[in-house]
Design a protein around this ligand. Structure first.
Ligand code: AMP
Length: 279
C-alpha cells in the first residue's frame, strides 16, 4: 500500500445543468475501479450528459483527519407531509429558527438555484434568519474529500444492510453528514436526494446524529438538495468553506444503527439532552 490516497471527484452535466456528482477518497489500488463506477453513474440518470469531468488529486495520509460516523436512526413517518413536518421540528430542536427551517424545506422542494434547477452543491443558510450565505447560489458549496476507511466501509455496509438500508446512497450520505457535522460553525444539515426514484432524506447534527426520513418527496419528483445551517455570527465563512471543500476526512468508526423510531421519540430523546439517540 502506498502512502498516497486519491481524492476522486466526478461531475456530469447537460446544457450546463447538473445531472450527477460523486466524490471518493481511496487508495491507489481502488482508484481505477472507482473511476469506472463513476463513469457508469454519470450516464445512469436517464439524461445523457454532454460533459463528464473526473478530477483526481493525490493526498498524503498525514493530511487525513479521522472521525467517527454519526449514530443513525430511521424515523418512522408515513407520508411526505409527516416527513417534512418532522424535519422542521427536529431542526427547531437543534436551534434553527422555524422560519429558516421552513424556508429551507421550501427551496429544496422547488429547486434551490435561482433558475429553479437543483444545485450541484449545498446552500449555506444563517440558522437564525434564513439568509443564504453561499456566494454562488446556482452552484452552491460542494463537499469533497471524505469517505469511509476500507474496514469501516465493510462494517457500515453490514450494519445498514442488516437494518434494511442497503442503498449505496445511505452510506454515502452518512459519510458526508459525518464530515459536515464536524464543520466549524455548522449547526445542522437538511438533505434529500434529487434522484426521482429515491424519496428519503435526513436531518443531522453532531448532537442529534443522522435521522433518516423515508419520505421527503413523492416518487417521480426530481427536486432535491442540501442545506447547511450555520451560526453565522460566530462563523468565518472562508474557514468553513475551506473545511467543506478541502479537508480530507476518513470515517473510521461506525456508530449505532437503529430502525423505525417514532418521530415523537426522536424529538423527546433529543430534547432530554442525550448526546445521540442511542440504540
Ligand atoms: P444526492 O443525495 O446525491 O441525490 O444529492 C442531493 C443534492 O445534494 C444534490 O442535488 C446537490 O444539491 C446536493 N449535494 C450532493 N452532493 C453534494 C456534496 N458532495 N456537497 C454538497 N452538496 C451536495
Amino acid at each position: 500500500m502506498t502512502d498516497l490516497l486519491y481524492s476522486i471527484r466526478m461531475r456530469a452535466s447537460a446544457n450546463g445543468a447538473h445531472i450527477s456528482g460523486s466524490e471518493r477518497l481511496v487508495s491507489s489500488e481502488r482508484a481505477e475501479g472507482i473511476i469506472r463506477d463513476m463513469c457508469g453513474r454519470a450516464v445512469s440518470r436517464g439524461v445523457m450528459p454532454d460533459d463528464i469531468t473526473i478530477t483526481v488529486d493525490p493526498m498524503t495520509r498525514e493530511s487525513i483527519q479521522y472521525e467517527a460516523a454519526l449514530d443513525f436512526v430511521s424515523v418512522q413517518v408515513s407520508c411526505v407531509h409527516e416527513g417534512r413536518s418532522f424535519a422542521v421540528q427536529m431542526l427547531e430542536h437543534i436551534g434553527v429558527a422555524p422560519e429558516a427551517a421552513r424556508y429551507a424545506v421550501h427551496i429544496v422542494g422547488s429547486g434551490a438555484a435561482p433558475s429553479g434547477a437543483n444545485m450541484r452543491g449545498a446552500v449555506i443558510m444563517d440558522a437564525q434568519n434564513g439568509v443564504r450565505l453561499e456566494q454562488d447560489q446556482e452552484r452552491g458549496v460542494r463537499v469533497s474529500r471524505f469517505d469511509w476507511t476500507e474496514s469501516a466501509h465493510r462494517n457500515v455496509n453490514r450494519a445498514l444492510s442488516s437494518a434494511g438500508f442497503p442503498h449505496f446512497r445511505t452510506q454515502e450520505a452518512l459519510a458526508l453528514a459525518s464530515k459536515v457535522a464536524r464543520a466549524p460553525g455548522v449547526l445542522a444539515e437538511l438533505c434529500w436526494s434529487d434522484d426521482p426514484d429515491y424519496t428519503a432524506g435526513y436531518v443531522s447534527s453532531a448532537r442529534a446524529g443522522y435521522m433518516r426520513i423515508p419520505f421527503m418527496k413523492k416518487p417521480g419528483d426530481a427536486h432535491g438538495g442540501r442545506v447547511f445551517f450555520v451560526d453565522a455570527q460566530n462563523t468565518r465563512l472562508d474557514v468553513l468553506i475551506t473545511y467543506l471543500q478541502s479537508a480530507a476526512v476518513l470515517i473510521r468508526k461506525v456508530g449505532s444503527v437503529r430502525n423505525s423510531v417514532e418521530p415523537h421519540w426522536a424529538l423527546e430523546h433529543y430534547a432530554s439532552g442525550s448526546t445521540h439517540v442511542r440504540a
